[in-house]
Design a binder for this molecule. Structure first.
Ligand SMILES: Cc1cc2nc3c(=O)[nH]c(=O)nc-3n(C[C@H](O)[C@H](O)[C@H](O)COP(=O)(O)O)c2cc1C
Length: 369
């Protein structure tokens, strides 16, 4: 069989330097673990084992779970963060381990905005009445957003003042600086799924009347300013990426035409890795099923210069399916989420199916795939 595209190496370019070379194009999607029982945002043994096992499993680039740039930006109180030194140091150990097993690691920097301060989405929580916003009496906190909206069905969020916006831009930059110090190879800005950045982008959630709301230019301003703040501290030799919701899947919402336009502008601002997801603002849902978001990645890929690294995500579970996405030029890589939770050796199993070389630790040399 011809050499597998999925298992061909790829280099994501950077603003300066040689770029970041990945051993294959099977990427681990960012996935919240809600595992910080101490509620201090510090990653610990769970994150090490979780991400370490994915490095053992042959993935080339691992995205961390959404990692909050500020305490109030956590989706739940069990989220990880990178707003202080202890968190940075704990991440550094995990980064080293992943590097020691041939994978690269990208931190997903996130702020949940109005969707913060909610109970962890874990089995058993809702049964005990723990779903939706955490009340103040149980440790919940005041959330912030572009402009408050009923769409989330959560406790009301404060519309951010200009001072709060400025402060949060500093949070993005400080988190990026810590991510660099922790040794991360890449940043993925979480601009998707109805979280703070998306709350500014979407006309459904952003009803501001100042320079951060209204027109496309104004709704994209917060993201572009956050990106500019990050770029000032994030080394030009390292990869800058973003995850966007390509569609709100509702009339009058954020859509693929705006996404394509924004992707081009972000490319010009230095972003080279684009991960195309969808939805998250309010109750609106689009298609689901095998490869349901691939057309969004394809649209962005077609519009960008050839050196952009565009990943498709969502309902990609089979080796041949992933190979087809790449061979047909719809994306440059695939992000694997739930299939990796079910099988951390997903990438090695796919390599076996496609007759490609696996990447496992020597201790597993007698394994069977
Ligand atoms: C348990 C779980 C946690 C997730 N957490 C995040 C997250 O932290 N950040 C993010 O951008 N997407 C998150 N997602 C979405 C996944 O990255 C992915 O886009 C989605 O699951 C669709 O891909 P799949 O069909 O391969 O699972 C999460 C998904 C799951 C299943």
């Amino acid at each position: 069989m011809a050499q597998s595209k999925l298992f061909s190496p790829v280099t994501i370019p950077t603003r300066r330097g040689d770029g970041l070379t990945l051993r294959n194009r099977a990427v681990l999607a960012p996935m919240c673990q809600y595992a910080v029982e101490a509620r201090d945002g510090i990653p610990h043994s769970w994150q090490l084992v979780h991400l370490g096992s994915m490095a053992h499993g042959g993935f080339s680039l691992l995205h961390t779970e959404a990692t909050a740039v500020a305490a109030e930006g956590r989706i739940s109180d069990k989220d990880v963060g990178i707003w202080n030194t202890e968190q940075e140091q704990a991440w550094a150990g995990i980064v080293d381990y992943v590097h020691g097993h041939g994978a690269r690691i990208s931190i997903q920097l996130a702020h949940a905005g109005a969707k913060a301060s909610t109970y962890a989405w874990l089995p058993g929580e809702a049964g005990q009445g723990r779903s939706g916003s955490i009340p103040r009496s149980d440790g919940g906190w005041q959330t912030v957003t572009s402009s408050d909206s009923e769409l989330y069905g959560l406790a009301p969020a404060e519309s951010m003042t200009r001072e709060q916006i400025q402060r949060s831009l500093r949070d993005w930059a400080a988190a990026a600086q810590r991510a660099d110090q922790a040794g991360f190879d890449a940043i993925q800005i979480h601009g998707a799924h109805g979280y703070l950045i998306h709350q500014f982008l979407s006309p459904l959630s952003n009803r501001r009347t100042d320079e951060y709301g209204g027109s496309y230019e104004n709704r994209t301003r917060y993201l572009k300013e956050a990106l500019a703040a990050i770029s000032e501290v994030w080394p030009a030799q390292k990869v800058l990426g973003i995850r966007l919701s390509g569609e709100d899947w509702v009339q009058g919402g954020w859509g693929i035409a705006e996404t394509v336009r924004l992707a081009g502008e972000l490319y010009d601002q230095g972003i080279r890795a684009f991960d195309l997801s969808s939805a998250g603002i309010g109750p609106f849902r689009g298609p689901s099923g095998p490869g349901y978001q691939i057309p969004l990645a394809a649209a962005v890929k077609q519009s960008l210069p050839a050196d952009a690294f565009v990943t498709a995500v969502g309902g990609i579970t089979q080796a041949v399916q992933a190979e087809q996405v790449l061979v047909t030029g719809q994306a440059d890589g695939v992000s694997i989420g739930r299939a990796a939770l079910g099988d951390p050796q997903w990438a090695n199993r796919a390599a076996e199916r496609l007759g490609a070389e696996k990447a496992y630790p020597p201790h597993y040399w007698r394994g069977r795939w």
